[in-house]
Design a protein around this ligand. Structure first.
Ligand code: ADP
Length: 480
């Protein structure tokens, strides 16, 4: 049994803005099931406080130094489905409308990380492994090794760091090194934390962590190149002996068309045709689309940003809409993309539906109702939506990048194998070509379509294999 502390800034069932929350909500469950002592620590955001605060147990009040002032930390705990969660409360830093995107994000998450490191002392809980996720927790390994090295309890901790998205790095001016992080200037002078004349939380984590993982083997290779490395490729190449890719899984209880309480009709691989028809009609009625159980429905559930390849879809909107399909989009993000999608809906009533915003229940309904799921990402560290869509029998159409390449083997007419459709170059004509093939197959070769859907629904997208890989990494570090 290994003692593991997961440090992250979002996690289900408490708070979610993206795939990281899914991972924090599901990987620990699997590790617990395999007999490990795994605990999770999160900031206590406003949305969490509103819904859960009454249930939490107050643990301690203590102080950490931020901006040369002793700053209060209120620590809470909560046991949910046998997992212990800790919450760091600071109303000024975390009880805001959004999770991220504030000018003082560096200071907010420096505070969080300091509070987490001091929490170990306060609780006298010292894990063998601290597993940190993304830039918001990138300074933990460094602060632990530089500031707590005199204390054997901290010195024994091994650090695993997972990169969920290299594009978000947490780069700040150098002043906070002393004022917020309490680190000596030598870590800047020797280059360990320095990036572009400032400091980078992401780079620091890559330098200091004992093992670095990212969320798919293909992305682990890609980020060592200039094309995908976001200017950290040389640091990643320097650490490549300790860098590997482990594909995420999905929570199979939450995402299960046979039991999902959020969809109109449950179904499995045997009954998917009637199940999808019922879900399609229910969604069409809900969103004001023409009711037609036979029309092919394309789904898209995504942050609307350049990363997700939404521009390719916008470029081809006219051609897509001219096909015998319906298009349902759920997401929010860049204003220009939202505007184009609003226009598309207004000009194609009954055929296109766009829900602008974040809506958990609607996401389930779209996965269940759609036949094809669009995910032509420019880059994609792992991607969860394509795995969810496969489980719901909505075949993913993806660009062969990052985790999409690892998880969606394309249908090959020569062998009859595959679970979706894919194209290589970031080019909307290539995407369109594959889309035409899929549409043709859907209407004109129903047996083949059925075979692909059943293969997709049977594909293992669970955490079982990947959790074993993480355990292997932990064991390597602890010498078990
Ligand atoms: P990323 O983390 O880059 O946003 P992933 O594919 O890894 O992308 O994870 C996205 C997760 O967020 C999926 O569970 C998806 O269903 C969900 N999601 C994305 N946008 C929305 C939205 N607008 N409403 C509800 N769920 C969403």
């Amino acid at each position: 049994m290994t003692k593991i502390l997961m440090v992250a800034t979002e996690g289900l069932p408490f708070i979610k803005t993206g795939g990281l929350a899914d991972v924090i909500g599901s990987l620990p469950k699997e590790l617990l099931a395999k007999g490990h002592d795994v605990r999770i620590v999160l900031p206590l955001y406003k949305k969490i406080a509103a819904k859960w605060h009454d249930k939490f147990t107050f643990e301690k009040t203590y102080y950490v130094n931020i901006n040369y002032e002793e700053t209060q930390v209120n620590l809470y705990s909560y046991v949910y489905e046998e997992l212990t969660y800790y919450f760091i409360e600071h109303q000024g830093y975390f009880e805001r409308e959004a999770l991220y995107g504030y000018e003082d994000d560096g200071e907010r998450f420096a505070y969080f990380q300091k509070a987490v490191l001091e929490m170990l002392n306060q609780l006298d809980f010292f894990p063998e492994i601290m597993h940190c996720h993304d830039w918001h927790t990138g300074m933990i390994a460094c602060m632990c090794k530089e500031n707590f090295n005199h204390d054997w309890r901290y010195r024994g901790i091994k650090h695993v760091y997972t990169i969920h998205n290299l594009a978000f790095q947490g780069n700040f001016g150098p002043a906070m090194l002393d004022s917020c992080l309490g680190l000596g200037s030598y870590v800047f002078d020797n280059g360990n934390v320095r990036f572009d004349g400032g400091i980078s939380f992401m780079k620091t984590a890559i330098v200091y962590s004992d093992k670095i993982t990212t969320v798919s083997p293909n992305y682990a290779e890609e980020i060592k190149t200039t094309q995908y490395g976001e200017r950290l490729e040389s640091v990643l190449r320097f650490r490549e002996a300790d860098l590997c890719g482990v594909v995420n899984g999905i929570d199979e209880e939450m995402w299960n068309p046979a039991k999902d309480p959020l969809i109109a009709k449950n179904y499995n691989a045997r009954t998917f045709r009637s199940g999808k028809k019922a879900n399609k009609v229910a969604l069409q009625e809900k969103l004001g689309l023409d009711v037609d159980e036979n029309v092919m429905m394309l789904g898209l559930v995504s942050r609307l940003t350049w990363q997700k390849g939404i521009y390719l879809i916008i470029e081809q909107l006219f051609n897509i809409i001219n096909q015998p399909i319906q298009l349902v989009v759920l997401g929010s993000g860049e204003a220009g993309l939202e505007e184009k999608l609003r226009e598309a809906e207004a000009n194609n009533k009954g055929k296109v539906a766009f829900y602008c915003g974040y809506n958990e229940a609607l996401a389930h309904e779209i996965y269940a109702a759609s036949d094809l799921f669009l995910m032509p990402s420019l880059f994609e560290p792992c991607g969860l939506s394509q795995m969810i869509s496969m489980r719901y029998g909505s075949l993913p159409l993806v660009r062969e990048t990052g985790g999409l390449k690892d998880t969606v083997p394309a249908y090959n007419p020569a062998t009859g194998e595959g679970v979706g459709f894919s194209f290589t170059n970031y080019n909307s004509n290539d995407m369109m070509h594959v889309l035409w093939e899929a549409i043709d197959l859907y209407y004109n070769d129903k047996n083949t379509w059925k075979t692909i859907v059943r293969a997709a629904m049977a594909k293992d997208v669970s955490w079982r294999t990947s959790a074993e890989l993480y355990i292997g990494i932990y064991n390597e570090l602890t010498g078990e």
